[in-house]
Design a binder for this molecule. Structure first.
Ligand code: FAD
Length: 416
């Protein structure tokens, strides 16, 4: 079933009786060539590109809950490619290009909106750092503009420019960045994967891995044993728990990150804005809610809910940046589990177990990576070679010391 404007009109005139489910609900088969553990954005995108681009059949996605129950449905929806380091920027720019064509590719309205992102500058040193970052972005084929305070005031007049403690001295703008409807991205990839024959099996938790003589044979699940030629793990906040089933310890810690949404307001914020003197960022959803967030909760946890000290910290950041936010009422908040890697950058790699592949360590930046992560992981699963933009994302960088430390804070996952 193809979606189109014509189809919407036809259904409107005939009582909306022609819409079917977006994907099938199959029982698991005893064996697949490829089993992807985790039906989040990355797992679904991987299955989609495996089937569609790399022409692989007999692919299954196993999801322990429902599609969208993990971080893909919990993030603050920001997509961007404003990275500095050569290991990161080409990968995120590749992702940005895939975002730009995603809705045509999957024939699904994922509400990709290139409304821009502005990183605010508060000191002269920060201006130098952002100028360097902007140049690195342009060299990698992305777009970047340095804004003066006057240009910024015209675009976002409501900020607290003359705050004595955090004066705003300019901003780094990426116009092609923006937001996308997070669960719509999961649904679009799920529908696309299903159309290409992928079995998406919900409420099917992987509880163990069958490994013999250093090779993976299949996975134990709550719906029985499923044999697999290759197994790809893409379980975001549960990475350490799932890889533990294969006897592997990861350079990853799990932390909670919270998100907040205000009551619906008239359009006020044109794009995404990040505070440069504290951890606070904000955008406005199409329904009008201000969507914002800040730091992780600061201690390890697998609970998908947040704690009060960070609520206070995030709201303080908001008040310092745009005091008008104090007039808005908070509608809801929630938490998700981040798999924080030691250098803040992800891992897409083979493992020491033949046929077992890993994708994770996305910290709190994995939503924007969804298309490229899926593509690169599918490339690795299909060809056993890293995609050209993901070559740096290997396990051995931690042993060899070639960290991709975008923030420059060292091996401290709680700071990335
Ligand atoms: C509050 C918050 C704000 C964020 N904001 C942004 C942002 O603005 N921009 C950005 O780029 N990133 C953001 N992120 C990060 C981003 O959401 C994640 O990095 C990304 O979604 C992780 O990949 P995923 O979609 O595949 O994860 P998930 O959706 O978590 O998918 C993993 C899936 O694996 C399943 N699973 C786990 N264990 C098993 C098992 N044993 N068997 C079967 N299935 C299993 C889980 O149920 C889950 O559905 C944010 C995250 C949070 C929580």
């Amino acid at each position: 079933m193809r979606f189109s404007g014509f189809r919407v009109i036809r259904e409107a005139l005939t009582g909306h009786k022609g819409w079917g489910p977006l994907w099938r609900d199959p029982a698991p088969k005893p064996e697949y060539d490829f089993v992807i553990i985790g039906g989040g954005g990355h797992g679904l995108a991987t299955a989609y590109y495996l089937a569609k681009t790399f022409g692989r059949s007999r692919v299954a996605v196993l999801e322990k809950g429902w599609l969208g129950s993990g971080n893909i449905g919990r993030n603050t929806t920001i997509i961007r490619s404003n990275y500095l380091l050569p290991g990161n920027e080409p990968f995120y720019e590749f992702s940005m290009k895939l975002w730009e064509n995603l809705e045509q590719e999957t024939n699904f309205n994922s509400m990709v909106s290139q409304r821009g992102i502005i990183n605010l500058i508060h000191t002269d040193a920060q201006r130098d750092a952002y100028r360097r970052r902007g140049n690195a972005m342009i060299l990698a084929g992305a777009d970047a503009e340095l804004l003066s305070p006057d240009e910024l005031r015209k675009k976002v007049p409501f900020l607290n420019y003359d705050n004595a403690r955090f004066p705003i001295k300019g901003g780094l703008l990426q116009k092609r960045a923006g937001t996308a409807r997070h669960d719509g991205v999961a649904w679009g990839y799920a529908r696309g994967a299903d159309t290409h024959g992928v079995d998406i099996i919900q409420n099917c938790e992987v509880t163990g891995m069958r490994i013999k003589s250093g090779k993976i044979l299949g996975v134990e699940t709550t719906k029985g044993y499923i044999a697999a030629g290759k197994v790809g793990v893409a379980v975001a906040g549960n990475s350490s728990r799932v890889m533990c089933m294969a006897g592997m310890r990861l350079p990853i810690e799990s932390h909670v990150l919270q998100a907040f949404v205000s009551e619906g307001l008239k359009p006020v914020i044109p794009g995404v804005i990040t505070f440069g003197a504290g951890h606070f960022y904000v955008s406005q959803s199409d329904k009008g809610g201000l969507v914002f967030g800040g730091d992780i909760d600061g201690y390890n946890s697998y609970a998908q809910r947040g704690n009060m000290p960070v609520v206070e910290d995030v709201l303080e950041g908001g008040m310092a940046l745009m005091p008008m936010i104090g007039r808005a009422r908070l509608l809801r908040s929630w938490g998700g589990i981040m798999d924080m890697s030691m250098d803040g950058s992800p891992i897409i790699d083979r493992t020491s177990i033949d046929g077992l592949y890993f994708n994770g360590g996305w910290c709190y930046g994995g939503f924007k990576a969804t298309p490229a992560s899926g593509y690169a992981f599918a490339h690795l699963l299909a060809t056993d070679r890293s995609h050209e933009t993901a070559r740096a994302y290997r396990f051995d960088r931690f042993a060899r010391g070639y960290l991709i430390d975008e923030k420059g804070v060292g091996a401290q996952p709680n700071l990335h």
